[in-house]
Design a protein. Structure first.
Length: 147
């Protein structure tokens, strides 16, 4: 397996990483993904791809380094997904290990992520990888007023 960070404008983002990412985020179109990454990049958003030995993208992560008052410095994982056909082959473990190493190199005290309450298979994976459930995440959906 090969793990690569992909910068905005890299053709592999749309052609290789996005199809895997869409397994987790099906609402993303190529244009919306490009827009989010361009805006998010200046905020620290990065994308990492995992390639199998045949050169196919089989894993994707969106992540950023965040400094805040509660955790001081952490690597926050926005997205972590393994292609359906490649699950249980070590892709997720390798990708999470890579992100943990990036966090350590950046001086982070924590690596954290949120996971939808319905994603029980993912929760089993995170617990197996020694991530702890330490908080509840609360969200209020904001709807734009019609113009």
């Amino acid at each position: 397996m090969k793990i690569l960070d992909l910068e905005p404008g890299d053709a592999r983002l749309a052609g290789e990483l996005l199809p895997v990412l869409r397994e987790l985020r099906p609402h993303l179109t190529e244009d919306l993904f490009r827009e989010v990454y361009e805006k998010g990049y200046v905020q620290g958003l990065r994308f990492t791809a995992v390639y199998d030995d045949g050169g196919a993208c089989v894993g994707a992560a969106g992540w950023r380094i965040v400094d805040n008052t509660s955790q001081i410095r952490k690597l926050y994982v926005d997205d972590l997904v393994t292609a359906g056909h490649a699950r249980s082959t070590g892709v997720g473990r390798r990708l999470l290990g890579y992100l943990e190493q990036r966090a350590r190199e950046a001086g982070c005290l924590d690596l954290s992520l949120d996971s939808g309450t319905h994603r029980t298979d993912a929760h089993r994976f995170y617990l197996r990888e020694r991530l702890a459930i330490v908080a509840f995440s609360f969200t209020k959906r904001l709807v734009r007023d019609p113009d």
